[in-house]
Write a protein that binds this ligand. Structure first.
Ligand code: DP6
Length: 403
């Protein structure tokens, strides 16, 4: 037994984790508590230079209660999904320690914990942050307690899509068969280095905040949409196999077409939900039409859009298309005020548009509709930050800086 090992009094770990965007969508649970999906899904992990969550987790003998800070503001630690993640990481830690006696200085599992988390992008941007958030929380807690191995199962308990943010590159979340969810896991299909030319533009749109959340929306869809049932049973299995092949072969046209089709079918299941749910709006439809005009003008599929449970558009393309497509977006949705900050993230080369492309693709401009464009690419999974100066909590266990 390792009962003699001395317990450390303060331990602190900081991790970062990425956002992911699904190209085969997850929509619908077969178990709400365990967060088990009705179909498998596949996503691309985005680079953390542009979009990431950072989380510091600390445990100390001196803490008197569990506490949580989100972007500098104290928040409720009692959230059932957060509690589920904490419970599961501790359970894995206990299991591991029971199995081996060589752990030199085990951190007491009874210590209270402090967690601080922040995003490097504005929450107001409406970019899905729960996936990165829970992936980051689970990564940090696992490091804190010395747990290794299968963690996507734990992140899944925070938010379904979070299990895919536990890996970089191209990631599949396998539906699984078991009622206990032990086989409902994420794994990497290909690393981010597999497709170096692939680029992503996030079109962050103005206004619109309150729609139906994913959790509630997909529940109503499961209860009422026959199209969703058909999708999960008959459409997704075939599409998943096809999408894996397109990725393996780096077939952009195949990848792009299927990505658009799957986004559209997801939104069709939302319309098929009763009462219906609308995540696409007029601007989304204008962006969809713009992408199709752009592709039609070129005579092949050069860009692909995908939309989640909100109005921001995510557009895939190869690197040599970015300059031209950004210019098309700028002409179609000219910036209202922040003209200099309209394009953010990775550099975008300037492109001049041929007149006939302008005439064929750009219709009546809608100023201010797109707030900004974020240029990014596929990236790696969660990272451990070694430098203590990057901790979000000080040695007193309180946030170092406020939002
Ligand atoms: C449309 O993972 O946010 O983004 O599991 O209830 O937390 P919960 O839902 P969430 O749903 C994401 C839905 C989606 C599609 C996707 O990411 O696959």
């Amino acid at each position: 037994s390792s009962a003699m090992a001395e317990e450390r009094s303060l331990a602190m770990v900081t991790c970062t984790a990425p956002v992911n965007i699904a190209v085969i969508k997850y929509w619908g649970k077969r178990d709400n508590d365990l967060i088990l999906p009705i179909n498998s899904s596949l996503s691309v992990t985005l680079h953390q230079d542009q979009l990431k969550t950072t989380t510091t987790a600390a445990a100390s003998r001196d803490f008197t209660e569990d506490r949580l800070w989100l972007n500098g503001e104290e928040a409720d630690v009692g959230h059932p999904r957060l509690q589920a993640c904490l419970r599961e990481v501790r359970r894995l830690a206990r299991k591991r320690r029971g199995g081996s006696a060589e752990d030199a200085a085990p951190l007491s599992l009874s210590y209270k914990i402090h967690i601080a988390t922040e995003n490097n992008f504005p929450t107001a941007a409406g970019l899905a942050s729960s996936a990165a958030g829970y992936a980051c929380l689970v990564s940090a807690l696992a490091r804190l307690y010395g747990v290794e191995g299968e963690l996507s199962e734990v992140a899944r308990r925070g938010s379904g899509s979070a299990c895919r943010s536990m890996f970089g590159g191209f990631v599949q979340w396998q539906r699984g068969e078991r009622p206990d969810g032990r086989d409902s896991l994420a794994h990497q299909v290909a690393p981010e280095t597999h497709w170096p030319e692939l680029r992503v533009l996030v079109l962050v749109v103005s206004g619109e905040k309150k729609q139906v959340g994913s959790t509630a929306g997909m529940q109503t869809s499961v209860d009422t949409s026959p199209l969703l049932k058909h999708r999960a049973e008959a459409v997704v299995p075939e599409r998943l196999a096809l999408m894996m092949r397109h990725i393996r072969e780096r077939d952009f046209e195949g990848f792009a077409q299927l990505t658009m089709q799957d986004s559209n079918q997801f939104h069709a299941t939302c319309l098929d939900t009763f009462p219906p749910i609308f995540y696409l709006n007029d601007l989304s439809r204008q962006i969809i039409a713009l992408a199709h005009r752009f592709n039609a003008h070129h005579g092949h599929t050069k860009v692909a859009y995908t939309f989640d449970a909100g109005p921001n558009a995510v557009i895939f393309m190869l690197a040599d298309t970015v300059g031209e497509f950004v210019e098309v977006v700028r002409r179609s949705f000219p910036p209202a005020t922040n003209g200099d900050q309209f394009v953010r993230g990775l550099p975008v080369g300037s492109a001049s548009l041929p007149e006939e492309l302008l005439a064929a693709v750009v219709t009546e401009p809608v100023p201010g509709a797109v707030r900004y464009i974020l240029h990014t690419k596929p990236g790696p999974g969660p990272q451990l930050l070694d430098d203590p100066s990057q901790h979000l909590l000080g040695v007193d266990g309180l946030p170092r800086r406020c939002a």
